[in-house]
Each structure stands twice: as structure tokens, then as C-alpha cells.
Design a binder for this molecule. Structure first.
Ligand code: NAD
Length: 491
């Protein structure tokens, strides 16, 4: 008999829903069904897939309230934030559906002088079945960065949502089944805890797209290594914002406070560290404190943000704050009294030693550090020191300076004069390196992540010198090779 587990509201502890714990056999059966669905889906063609995915998108848009209220119930975030999450999801699904053919469809590429007799064609084919393992902080938007793009590339998907947000996962699969009834099994959700995710990684899927913490990513990578199953890993971040002396400090403070506190700081590319040039550090801090003072977390619809969704995360926030304070940091706003489970009120720390855990590990709470630096060079060096490399932002009056700094930052995405600007542009790939993982979702790269290139040549005529034949005179081939060699020695 299948066991079940209960998802609970992080606000009240009340049950939100009951879901099966899917074991290896059930996961395997879902992957088998997905294999059949993938065949039909691939045969459906670009136009067929685009039409169906856009129909799904329209139906998701119409069901925004149902999704938003379930996201809010399972994560505790205000409905307003959940509605914004649905909108972001729609924007990405729309882009993936409309651009898949342009990015992945067959096209001619130049064959080059040596192969002038060939027509060279490049096409991308779907991988088959993608196993998507998702987190709880953006339970729709984040996994859909893989699911939407994988489907648009012609694959079927088996999705294992976080055990904290299984209902959103089930509703998602149901919504596709409702909108696209002629493709049963195209998106299936399996629910459970870590072992269900492990079973999916082990099941023989053609690729795993994992989003979660680097520790879990390492375990998933080890499982994938058994079968050489490719893995895309979207892990955490410790994103820095760099503030130049020329920056508009009101704009910078506004963006920093939102980037650090929205969603209770539970954003992989949220703002966790700020490095401000010393001459504006005090001014910036005043503006930040002025803004956080007005923020009220809580259960109501007008709250600035909700609770920590994962109760255990409170220990990390507390440890980071206390170790920083013990090692010489100052709390400019908030402190230990800010921890009022399940909520954490904003915390702003300054003068934080760079080797403190709060500067090196992902905090994932509404806590931001604001340190002074000599100049932007020092800011870049500090931002780049660390194991994570996901996103960053720079505030400066000079757009050229902004772009120059962006190029020196060790990360996958940078916003100039805003935070998280890249997340809402579907054409831009998203992902990091180091402990932030590898591979990309979103954009053309996000589509290619779920497809394999296939190269084809079609011979147009017999070449005067054929290097792939024993038939022609050897001397003629030698002359051609020598001619080519000389050419390449000069150009
Ligand atoms: P987590 O690593 O605890 O869990 C992620 C998923 O992995 C869950 O579905 C979980 O059930 C599953 N899992 C757990 N053990 C497993 C195992 N051994 N094998 C396979 N699957 C297993 O992460 P979380 O707490 O759900 O999410 C928060 C983390 O996700 C943060 O670090 C955050 O920064 C990161 N995140 C990254 C991005 C991004 O795009 N880079 C986006 C959102 C969240």
C-alpha cells in the first residue's frame, strides 16, 4: 500500500493536503509512461507543440487564482507574491513555446572550403524524458524554468516537487492534462521526500534538471554518475550588490531592500551581501534602514512577506546572525529579537568580517549585510570571493562603468541599476557556477539544455579531390592537403 504524507501551512501548521509517497516502482512506471508520451509529443512537430503549449499557457493564466492560493497556502507567501510568480511563469512558457523552433529547428550552416561539396545541416532533437526535481521557494516558477523549456524542446517530463509544495506540482501536471488532453503522460508529478527524488534520478531518465541546495545536488550528481545521466544543477547563491559612489542611493536602497527581503529572503538569486563604496556607505545604510523599518512580515494579504517556509532554516539565520555579531559585526536594524517564528523581521548587519559564515554560506532569510569598501575594485574582489557564483548587481551612474564591472563579476547573471532584472527576461539564460551549480535554464541555452544537437551532411556533388575515398590519385590529394596547409599557415 502506498504511504501518504501531509503538507502543512508554515503559518498555522494546519494540513494543506495529503499526497502519496511514490517509491522506485511507481517512479519507474511514470518514467515508462513518459517515454511513450515523449514519442507522440516529438511526432507532434514544432507547430503542434507550440499550439498546445500556448493553449496550456492561456489556461494557466485563467487559473492564476487557483495556483496563487495554493502556492500561498503551501509556502506561506502573500497571494500578491504568488500571483507575480504565476505571471513570471507565463512569460517564460510563452517564450519557450514561441521560440523553440527558431532555436532548435533544422538549419543550414556553412560547410567550409574543404567540404564545399557538402550541404551541412544542424538540428536539435529532444532527449526523451526529463526528470525535474524542484525546490519549495518558488514552487511554480523555478521548476517551470526546466519543465516549460523541456516540453517546448519536445520532451516529456516527470516532476518531483519539494515535499513542502507537492500540491502545486500536482496541480501543474493536472493543468497540462486538462489543457492538452491528447497527450496523456506528457507531464506527470511524483511526490515524496528525498528518496523519491533519488528514485527519479536513478530511473533511467534521459536528463535530470535539479534545483535545490548544493549539498543535495552533489548526492543527485553521484546517483546520475552511475548511468552517466546528464545533470543540470541550479543551486543556491550568495549574491552581492555593488554600490558605486555615483549611484542613485534611493534607487539602490529600494532595490536592495526588495532583493534581500522579498519572499522572506528565500530567493536563490536574492541579495545577501552589499558592498558600498565608503563615501556613500553611511548614506546608503540610512536609506536601507528607513525602508526596512516599514516592512511587516505576516499572514495577511498586505504583509511585505511571509514566514520562513522551511522551519529548520530559522537555525541557519540565527547562527549566521549570532556568529557575525560575536565576531564584531553591528546590527544596524534588527537582531536576535527579529526571530519570531515562523517569521523573521528584517535584519541589517554592517562591518561584518568577510570570513563570517553569513558572508560565505547561503542564509536564505531576510538578513542583509552592508559592508564598506575602498572602491569598486575592492567590491569586485569581495563579491567574487566565495564558493557561489549565481547572480549579482551593480549600481552606478555610469552605464559604461556598470557594464565594465559586470564583465569582471564571477557569476551567471548581472543586473545594472536593478536587482534580479535578468529573471524576468525569458531570452536570457539563467544559472551559475561553483556551488551555484552548472547548466542553464531559460533562453535559447535553456532550450538547448533539453535537446541534443544532430549534425547532418548531404553530399551535393562529387568533389574534384575526395579525401574520403581511396579511388582518386594519391598525388592529387597530397597537393590539395599541401595547398590547405599553406593557406592555414598564412591566414
Ligand atoms: P533541497 O536541496 O533540500 O531539495 C530540493 C529537492 O531535492 C526537493 O524536491 C527534495 O525533496 C529533493 N531531494 C532531497 N534529497 C534528495 C536526494 N538525495 N536525491 C534526489 N532528490 C532529493 O533544496 P530546497 O530546500 O527545497 O530548496 C532551497 C534551495 O534551492 C536553496 O539553496 C536555493 O538557493 C535553491 N534554489 C536555487 C534556484 C536556482 O535556480 N539556482 C532556484 C530556487 C532555489
Amino acid at each position: 500500500m502506498t504511504t501518504r504524507f501531509t503538507s502543512r501551512s508554515p503559518v498555522t501548521g494546519e494540513p494543506v493536503g495529503e499526497h502519496p509517497v511514490h517509491g522506485p516502482e511507481e517512479v519507474r512506471a511514470a518514467v515508462d509512461r513518459a517515454g511513450t508520451a515523449a514519442g507522440h509529443w516529438a511526432a507532434c512537430g514544432w507547430a503542434g507543440r507550440r499550439a498546445r503549449l500556448l493553449a496550456w499557457k492561456r489556461s494557466l493564466a485563467r487559473r492564476t487564482d487557483a495556483f496563487a492560493s495554493l502556492i500561498s497556502a503551501e509556502t506561506g507567501k502573500p497571494v500578491h507574491d504568488a500571483r507575480a510568480e504565476v505571471l513570471l511563469t507565463l512569460v517564460h512558457l510563452d517564450w519557450a513555446a514561441r521560440n523553440a523552433r527558431r532555436v532548435l529547428g533544422r538549419r543550414r550552416v556553412p560547410a567550409g572550403l574543404l567540404s564545399v561539396h557538402q550541404r551541412a545541416l544542424l538540428a536539435y532533437r529532444p532527449l526523451g524524458v526529463i526528470g525535474v526535481i524542484g525546490p519549495w521557494n518558488y514552487p511554480l516558477y523555478t521548476p517551470m524554468g526546466s519543465i516549460g523549456y523541456a516540453l517546448a524542446a519536445g520532451n516529456a517530463v516527470v516532476f518531483k516537487p519539494s515535499e513542502l509544495t507537492p500540491g502545486v506540482g500536482e496541480l501543474l501536471a493536472q493543468s497540462l492534462a486538462d489543457a492538452v488532453p491528447d497527450h496523456a503522460g506528457l507531464l506527470q508529478t511524483v511526490t515524496g521526500h528525498g528518496p523519491t527524488g533519488e528514485a527519479l534520478a536513478r530511473s533511467g531518465v534521459d536528463k535530470v534538471a535539479f534545483t535545490g541546495s548544493p549539498g543535495t545536488a552533489r548526492k543527485v550528481a553521484a546517483v546520475c554518475a552511475d548511468r552517466l545521466t546528464p545533470l543540470l544543477a541550479e543551486c543556491g547563491g550568495k549574491d552581492a550588490v555593488l554600490v558605486d559612489a555615483s549611484a542613485d542611493l534611493d534607487e539602490a536602497a529600494d532595490a536592495i531592500v526588495w532583493g534581500a527581503m522579498a519572499n522572506a529572503g528565500q530567493t536563490c538569486a536574492g541579495v545577501e551581501r552589499v558592498y558600498a563604496v565608503a563615501s556613500v556607505h553611511a548614506d546608503l545604510c540610512t536609506r536601507i534602514v528607513h525602508r526596512v523599518r516599514a516592512l511587516r512580515p505576516g499572514p495577511t494579504a498586505d504583509a511585505a512577506y511571509g514566514p520562513l517556509t522551511l522551519p529548520a532554516q530559522l537555525t541557519t539565520v540565527e547562527r549566521h546572525m549570532k556568529e557575525a555579531l560575536a565576531s564584531g559585526a553591528h546590527a544596524l536594524y534588527g537582531g536576535p529579537e527579529s526571530l519570531r517564528p515562523p517569521y523573521v523581521h528584517p535584519v541589517v548587519l554592517v562591518d561584518v568580517p568577510e570570513d563570517s559564515p553569513v558572508m560565505r554560506e547561503e542564509t536564505f532569510g531576510p538578513l542583509v549585510t552592508v559592508n564598506a569598501v575602498r572602491d569598486l575594485d575592492e567590491a569586485v574582489a569581495r563579491a567574487n570571493a566565495g564558493a557561489y557564483a549565481l547572480g549579482a548587481a551593480v549600481f552606478t551612474a555610469g552605464r559604461r562603468t556598470g557594464l565594465a564591472v559586470a564583465e569582471r563579476l564571477d557569476c551567471g547573471a548581472v543586473s545594472v541599476n536593478s536587482v534580479l532584472g535578468f529573471a524576468a527576461v525569458p531570452a536570457l539564460p539563467f544559472g551559475g557556477s561553483g556551488d551555484s551549480g552548472y547548466g542553464r535554464i531559460h533562453g535559447a541555452e535553456g532550450l538547448r539544455s533539453f535537446a541534443a544537437p544532430r549534425s547532418v551532411t548531404v553530399r551535393r556533388f562529387r568533389p574534384p579531390v575526395d579525401l574520403t575515398s581511396f579511388a582518386g590519385p594519391r598525388r592529387r590529394a597530397e597537393r590539395a592537403i599541401e595547398l590547405g596547409r599553406r593557406l592555414h599557415a598564412r591566414i
